[in-house]
Design a protein around this ligand. Structure first.
Ligand code: ATP
Ligand code: MG
Length: 222
């Protein structure tokens, strides 16, 4: 089969811990899109002690959103470099103001917005078992997606860690923020007829449905 498929531009929305990172990684692998995670981008800025990282850290650790102006510039700079490529935005936009800012860009035309609809009760349990490799953003789950060697990244062998904002208090704050500020973004894209929703509790179960939806989209829009 030809790999020269239409360039895909997609957005992934979902509550914290809904599996955005996991599903995005598979879309990157199978559809050749560049996976751009706003959370990974921010965490790498924090890790490398950049000015952006310094400004963002206090918001992230509490589970609050980083101000829109900063996010729009940060993600906008990366999109600038991705002209002509397919991409998948994971974690951006997550306010209506961010979605509107994205729509004003000439170089951006979004094909699909994937909404992962996972119950909050599942999320709270899942986040307790989440481990990350911060430099790459690779995510593991001690039960559903364990690393080959416990506590170590599969590709580099480096130590995995747990995110500061995965503490229960920060998770509750993030879920509240999601309800107040990100749910309206779902409606925003629904009204543009770009939204597709996938409901369930396990990424491994949702994944084949998402994959066939994208396959179908590419077939009919090629
Ligand atoms: P998960 O990674 O589990 O899906 P999440 O969506 O809460 O959970 P990230 O997307 O990694 O996590 O984001 C982590 C933190 O980074 C957020 O809580 C917020 O502080 C900040 N952040 C990420 N993206 C944005 C954004 N678009 N606007 C504002 N803040 C953001
Ligand atoms: Mg994420």
């Amino acid at each position: 089969m030809s790999r020269l498929v239409r360039i895909l531009r997609a957005v992934m929305i979902g509550a914290p811990g809904s599996g955005k990172g996991t599903i995005s990684g598979r879309l990157e692998r199978d559809f050749g899109v560049v996976h751009l995670s706003s959370g990974d981008l921010l965490r790498n800025n924090v890790l490398n002690r950049t000015e952006v990282g310094r400004q963002a850290e206090e918001f992230i650790d509490k589970g609050d959103l980083v101000p829109d102006e900063l996010m729009v510039i940060l993600v906008g700079n990366v999109l600038e470099e991705l002209q002509g490529k397919g991409w998948l935005l994971d974690g951006f936009p997550r306010t209506v103001a961010q979605a509107e800012a994205l729509d004003t860009r000439q170089d951006v035309d979004i094909d699909i917005v994937i909404n992962l609809d996972v119950p909050f009760s599942t999320i709270v349990e899942r986040i307790k078992q989440r481990w990350v490799h911060t430099p790459s953003g690779r995510i593991y789950h001690t039960e559903f997606n364990p690393p080959k060697t416990p506590g170590r990244d599969d590709f580099t062998g480096e130590l995995l860690s747990q995110r500061a904002d995965d503490r229960p208090e920060a998770v509750m704050e993030r879920l509240g923020v999601y309800d107040r500020l990100t749910k309206p973004v779902i409606e925003y894209y629904r009204s543009q007829s770009k939204l597709v929703q996938f409901s369930g509790t396990e990424s491994n179960v949702l994944w084949p449905h998402i994959k066939s939806h994208i396959d179908e989209f590419l077939k009919t829009n090629n």
